[in-house]
Design a protein around this ligand. Structure first.
Ligand SMILES: Cc1ncc(COP(=O)(O)O)c(C=O)c1O
Length: 499
């Protein structure tokens, strides 16, 4: 399809405004443009058609099943949009004085209370804007805590399992710590024997996703906690997979000291390019003094910001955090009320249903009941027919399904990581299984069909690495890069999530 610049015709306009009689402001010469900006010139019908057409070429959770493992792409209830668009929330200025923002402050305070209960930890900061920023904030808290005890120089290492999401080691490095990797055992748990040799007086803490990115709950979590707490280190819980355990088990009860939430996943928000995230953290009492400021506190019937935390690490985000995300999450949680655990129970049930129907057709590296997601391997298809996880993922698009996460976690070859979430009906899950089984049959009988997939999408098989690393965002502009020499290079490079 043509770009809007290719549709542009000189002098064409979408609307014409009456001439105005306002004085022309006096703009200093050095601030004036030499040339008018290059903007598309287009009529209104063509403009409307152009963007409407683009909107039909995209895929989202509103157009189809989106089992992107570890990303929790659940339905975003429309009532949440109604609530967040109430004028009292929507039109509120971040600098509104507290007296005029009591409702908003109350929502934030109530959300803090709920998250504390879900985490099993007493103190919450809503500030971080994404899971990864929650991670960095949590590690900065660890640093502040050890500095306060005079141990900052001694404790330099953070232990991370080999199943970890890529943001974990990235956050550790950004926070000035060193990564100590630990292996996974044959049941998909942290290898406790490997761990013992790696935790000592230089360890600041552990970062763990539980259930892990394999969709497995660590069976030795209490022993792991003892090892870290016994060495005076802290436990960090990556809450990206909290959708599996809400209202059932609590990170605080497992021994974790710091938890981040991915509000945009667990409590639904348009995300993945569609909207902002939220990464609040919850901590144990001894870490509360270091939390970012301000916290929202309650004085009788009134709510206010509390900046009075002399040991705070400061602010990690402008103003008070992603407020719209708070309102939607609060609405999602309140819609379940005390039955919040049903959300996780159905998410786990849906995942186990898919796993039971699919496991014989693929390889299952860790044969256990899963939590809210599971990881299959397409290795047998590769061995027998030369079909990779990428081919399976691309072919799924022809069936109107978003592909699962592929090639992650890194320890599973040809990984397909599938997360259905609780908002999918059994019929949808069955249609997905039927498509997967047909793809497995086609891998044996018509492998070229998979190799060239997708066939029915607006964009065919692309070189994903090049598309990400050499994105041409100024197509046909004067500084459009010359990519002619790069054409013809290998097309099938795989972009790895978490790599
Ligand atoms: C296990 C895990 N940890 C951390 C993150 C980072 O979260 P965010 O994307 O909100 O920064 C993700 C995101 O996919 C994840 O899957």
């Amino acid at each position: 399809m043509k770009l809007i610049y290719e549709r542009s015709q000189e002098g064409r306009r979408a609307s014409s405004l009456p001439a105005n009689s306002l004085p022309v402001p006096d703009i200093p010469d050095e601030l004036r443009r030499d040339q008018p900006p290059r903007l598309p010139e287009i009529s209104e019908p063509e403009l409307v058609r152009h963007f409407t057409h683009i909107s039909t070429r995209t895929f989202g959770v509103d157009t189809g099943f989106y089992p992107l493992g570890s990303c929790t792409m659940k339905h975003n209830p429309r009532v949440n949009e109604r609530v967040v668009n109430l004028p009292g929330f929507r039109d509120l200025h971040p600098l509104q004085e507290e007296d005029g923002a009591q409702g908003a402050l109350e929502v934030m305070w109530r959300l803090q209370e709920i998250l504390a209960e879900v985490a099993g930890l007493p103190a919450v900061s809503l500030q971080p804007a994404a899971g990864s920023q929650g991670e960095l904030t949590g590690l900065m808290l660890m640093r502040a805590y050890f500095a306060d005890r005079g141990e900052a120089d001694a404790r330099t290492k953070i232990v991370i399992p080999d199943t970890a999401h890529g943001t974990n080691p990235a956050s550790v490095t950004m926070a000035g710590y060193e990564v100590t990797p630990v292996q996974t055992d044959p049941r998909g748990n942290i290898d406790v024997d490997d761990l013992r040799g790696k935790v000592d007086e230089h360890t600041a803490g552990l970062m763990l996703t539980n259930p892990s990115t394999l969709g497995l709950f660590d069976e030795n979590i209490e022993e792991i906690t003892q090892i870290f707490h016994g060495a005076g280190a802290l436990m960090y819980y990556d809450g990206a997979n909290l959708n599996a355990v809400c209202g059932i088990s609590r990170p605080g009860d497992m021994g974790f000291d710091i938890v981040h939430f991915n509000l945009h996943k667990t409590f639904s928000q348009p995300h993945g390019g569609g909207g902002p995230g939220g990464g609040p953290i919850a901590v144990r009492e001894h870490l509360e003094p270091f939390l970012p400021v301000p916290a929202v506190v309650r004085d009788g019937d009134a709510f206010r910001f509390d900046f009075d935390r002399p040991k705070t690490i400061g602010k990690v985000r402008g103003y008070y955090g992603p407020f719209g995300v708070f309102v939607r999450s609060y609405a999602y949680i309140r819609a379940y009320g005390p039955a919040l655990r049903e959300m996780s129970e159905v998410a786990v049930l849906n995942a186990n249903y898919l796993l039971a129907r699919l496991k014989k057709a693929f390889e299952l590296p860790f044969d256990r009941l899963c939590m809210h997601e599971f990881v299959l391997s397409a290795r047998p298809l590769k061995r027998e027919h030369g079909i990779t996880a990428l081919d399976v993922a691309k072919r799924l698009m022809d069936y109107d399904f978003h592909p699962p996460t592929v090639y992650f976690p890194l320890i599973v070859p040809e990984a397909l990581m599938i997360e259905p979430t609780e908002t999918e009906a059994k019929e949808t899950l069955d249609e997905f299984v039927d498509a997967m089984l047909e793809i497995v049959r086609d891998a044996a009988e018509r492998p070229e069909l998979l190799k060239e997939a997708p066939h029915d999408r607006p964009v065919g098989r692309v070189d994903e690495v090049k598309a990400a690393k050499r994105a041409v965002v100024r197509y046909l502009f004067e500084d459009h890069p010359d990519l002619s020499e790069e054409t013809g290079q290998a097309r099938q490079l795989e972009a790895q999530k978490g790599a």
